[in-house]
Design a protein around this ligand. Structure first.
Ligand SMILES: [Zn+2]
Length: 184
């Protein structure tokens, strides 16, 4: 790390700081007006994210990726994170994420079922892209329904064991866990 750690409290500073090379590249959030790296501590973080998505999509993508990585570890990961504090885990987080896809079938109406896929983002796969891909591959509805969840309208669970490794060669068939039938 060569950059200076950001100070937790903002100080009122008059004039140029001789220790800083201007211009500093700090991007401020239009929602909470803090530098965007502080947004996550702002109570209305959701609104901040919406603002980011609109005005700084590239930053929003980073935030999303970050969140996807930390969410993917499940409950244990979250608890550990709270205890250790966010900063400590920043570097470790990536390798701690367990890479695993799960697929399951859930009833929809009396005769139909949907297929639920989770874990794609543990392989750094863009969920929107994946949902689109499933939709056109199976010619049916498919959408992102959660932090790391895609629901495909139709029973295509068994096909996914071929389709996923074919589309994303980094995912071995063994890394896809069949949860069978699940209620939602
Ligand atoms: Zn903000």
């Amino acid at each position: 790390m060569t950059t200076e750690e950001p100070k937790p409290q903002r100080e009122l500073r008059l004039g140029a700081d001789p220790n800083v090379n201007y211009p500093i590249k700090v991007q401020y959030c239009g929602n909470c007006s803090l530098p965007i790296e502080y947004c996550e501590y702002y109570p209305d973080y959701q609104k901040c994210k919406e603002w980011l998505e609109k005005f700084l999509p590239s930053e929003f993508d980073k935030v999303k990726l970050d969140e996807a990585n930390s969410e993917a570890g499940g409950d244990d990961e979250k608890k550990r994170q709270k205890r250790g504090g966010k900063g400590m885990l920043k570097t470790k987080k990536k390798e701690e994420v367990q890479k695993l896809i799960t697929v399951s079938r859930a009833p929809r109406g009396k005769k139909k079922s949907v297929t639920v896929v989770t874990g794609l983002s543990t392989f750094d796969i863009d969920l929107k892209v994946a949902a689109k891909f499933f939709g056109s591959r199976f010619a049916c509805g498919s959408s992102v329904t959660g932090e790391d969840e895609i629901v495909i309208q139709g029973d295509v669970k068994d096909d996914l064991f071929d389709v996923i490794p074919e589309k994303w060669p980094q995912i071995d068939e063994d890394l896809i866990d069949d949860l069978g039938d699940q209620k939602r």
